[in-house]
Design a protein around this ligand. Structure first.
Ligand SMILES: [Zn+2]
Length: 201
């Protein structure tokens, strides 16, 4: 609480300061920017924040973010629904889509298996993925979990469950440095990894 600011301004600085990468100085600067900005502009920001927390739900098929029952990708009739790319988080869908190379659909697991952190297979959407594959019409599962220990472990666990279905399972190629996360890979690196994807053994 800084003396000299009104309670409302202090509250705004405090809330902005909770955002990642925003220190106290930046929070103060942003708060003043909002104070000086036109009312419609500031209220549009408040509304946008409110909307993402009230309107966004999970896609009924792939568990990506959606504003209706289906996300825009699952609702897109031009997508190849016979290929499912499996990712850990919705933000991974965004980075893969930015390459402009993906015509497939996705399955968002909601994380990775990490028993030490208390995350077990049942906490993810793995059972829903198995259901999707068992429903038929799937030609390929592309594992795009992060190329690190937990991501690889999750991909192997899922592939063992899917083995009996006979569906082809591939993994993004190792142009991606081991230990990295998709989020920080460049679009070029990801494009190469998509094109050169390999069978998951
Ligand atoms: Zn979807």
């Amino acid at each position: 609480m800084t003396a000299g600011y009104t309670e409302a301004v202090n509250k705004l600085i405090e809330e902005l300061g909770k955002l990642p990468g925003i220190g106290p100085k930046t929070a103060e600067r942003l708060a003043f920017h909002i104070l000086k900005s036109q009312k419609p502009e500031a209220l549009a920001l408040a509304q946008a924040i409110s909307d993402v927390k009230t309107k966004i739900k999970q896609c009924k098929i792939c568990y990506n973010f959606a504003e209706s029952d289906l996300c825009p990708i699952c609702a897109d009739t031009r997508r190849d629904k016979s290929r499912i790319c499996v990712v850990e988080q919705p933000k991974d869908v965004i980075v893969l889509e930015k390459t402009g190379q993906c015509k497939w659909v996705y399955h968002v697991l909601g994380g990775h298996i990490a028993p030490l952190d208390g995350v077990e297979p049942k906490d993810l959407t793995i059972d829903k993925l198995i259901e999707r594959v068992r429903a038929g019409g799937i030609k390929e599962i592309i594992m795009a979990t992060n190329p690190n220990l937990v991501g690889d472990g999750t991909a192997l666990y899922i592939s063992s469950l899917l083995k009996s279905t006979g569906v082809k399972i591939t993994r993004l190629a190792r142009g991606l440095a081991t230990g990295t996360t998709l989020e920080y890979a460049s679009a070029r690196m990801l494009s190469d990894a998509i094109t050169a994807r390999q069978p998951l053994e």
